[in-house]
Design a protein around this ligand. Structure first.
Ligand SMILES: Cc1ncc(COP(=O)(O)O)c(C=O)c1O
Length: 401
């Protein structure tokens, strides 16, 4: 038997570079049709998101496990599971590496609850992970600039990463987006277009086309393949923080649903690598009662969601009346034997106040809604006693003043 060649490259052990690129191609999430990895890609000819496919096996998993021992904590420690051609050149603002905090006083009785607290990411939300990859890939593949519609947090992350990457950036946010976010986007040098009642209406202000009339790539949720890739890192971190175990449930505040789609894929990758085993975590999508298209479609056993008319919620990130990846979110919920639940506005606000007072955690309303959703699922018995649960607390409320 041939001995495995030792890793020659110190960069691969401690830095970002290295000999291995496991990402192989893009595949259409509806038809499975492949597309080349290193060309600009937006929606497939079938009108569906492209996703990145990797070649993975247990030997690769073993190599990754050894390398992790010497790598810094953060998104780029999982660089083989990211699609960059040249990870060494990636703009890195310190995304990822967020704490997994045990929820004690506010946890429903009989459950082991962990909060994945994403508030410490650059720009104060989990959007940093996805936008890091989207902007880094846009730069690597030659975009002239980037643009996107956003409820707020994604705009802020896009503006910061674009600034660091030297790319011009244009963001379109709803008229009532928090003033702090608008001001900070401008500080990062982004062009800010504010108007419209929600994400969809705001997006009409961008220049037309995926590659834009002016060469600005549209990096809206799931229109390009890479924001999902960045968000996979939440699952890698959760598994590693739990000692390479999968939780029983992951509770996720769902707007466009990138995080559910991403983490569902990421845990499957970890199983193929042999880094975790056993059944996949169950995913629960939490939405607000005033905008719950995914919950409605899940309850009605539909494969796709109908647009939610007149969405009303103060949880900006969850005010998403139509999700382009609706069928992928619903697939992940069903394949994992998961759940979907809608939460009343007042409940989420009460929970946010309780998390601060009783647990010392400052949560955005979206993250607090996820905790409320868990409470409802526990009360109904859907999340059984003894379960180990991870709740995504997706941002810092300082962005919302
Ligand atoms: C704080 C926060 N939580 C949750 C979400 C929803 O995320 P996703 O689009 O991945 O469903 C958003 C989206 O804007 C957000 O800003």
């Amino acid at each position: 038997m041939q001995a495995e060649a030792p890793d020659q490259s110190p960069a691969d052990e401690g830095g970002r570079g290295g000999p291995e690129r496991w990402a192989k191609r893009l595949v259409c999430s509806r038809t499975g049709e492949p597309a080349p990895l290193d060309e600009p890609a937006f929606l497939s000819p079938a009108g569906a998101p492209y996703l990145v496919e990797y070649e993975l096996d247990r030997a690769a998993g073993e190599r990754l496990r050894r390398r992790l021992a010497t790598r810094a904590w953060g998104l780029w420690r999982y660089r083989e599971l990211m699609p960059m051609r040249d990870p060494e050149s990636a703009v890195d603002l310190g995304e990822g590496g967020t704490p997994l905090v045990r929820l004690r006083r506010s946890a429903p009785p009989g459950l082991e609850v962990w909060i994945k607290d994403e508030s410490g990411n650059p720009t104060g939300s989990f959007k940093a992970r996805g936008l890091s990859l989207a902007v880094n890939r846009a730069r690597e593949l030659g975009a002239a600039g980037i643009q996107l519609p956003s409820a707020g947090n994604a705009a802020l992350a896009a503006a910061a990463y674009a600034a660091a990457a030297g790319l011009p950036c244009r963001v379109a946010v709803p008229a009532d987006a928090p003033a702090t976010i608008l001001g900070r986007c401008r500080e990062y040098g982004a062009e800010v277009l504010a108007g419209g009642a929600n994400l969809v209406e705001a997006g009409r202000r961008l220049t037309a086309g995926d590659e834009g009339d002016d060469g600005y790539w549209n990096v809206a949720t799931l229109r390009e393949p890479y924001r999902v890739e960045g968000k996979k890192s939440m699952a890698y971190e959760i598994a590693e923080q739990l000692g390479w175990q999968q939780p029983d449930w992951i509770i996720y505040p769902t707007g466009g649903g990138t995080g559910i789609i991403a983490m569902h894929r990421a845990f499957a990758e970890l199983r193929r690598l042999g880094l975790v085993d056993g059944p996949p975590p169950r995913f629960a999508a939490v939405q607000m009662a005033g905008c719950a298209p995914i919950v409605k479609a899940f309850e009605e056993c539909r494969a796709a969601a109908e647009p939610w008319l007149d969405p009303v919620t103060r949880a900006w990130g969850l005010r998403v009346p139509v999700a382009i990846g609706d069928f992928l979110i619903l697939q992940a919920l069903r394949e994992s034997d998961g759940a979907a639940v809608a939460v009343a506005e007042e409940r989420a606000e009460e929970t946010a106040a309780r998390l601060a007072r009783a647990d010392g955690l400052l949560a955005v309303i979206e993250g607090a809604a996820a905790v409320s959703g868990l409470e409802q699922l526990a009360a109904s018995g859907r999340v059984a006693e003894g379960s180990r649960v991870v709740v995504l607390q997706t941002g810092h409320p300082a962005n919302y003043v």
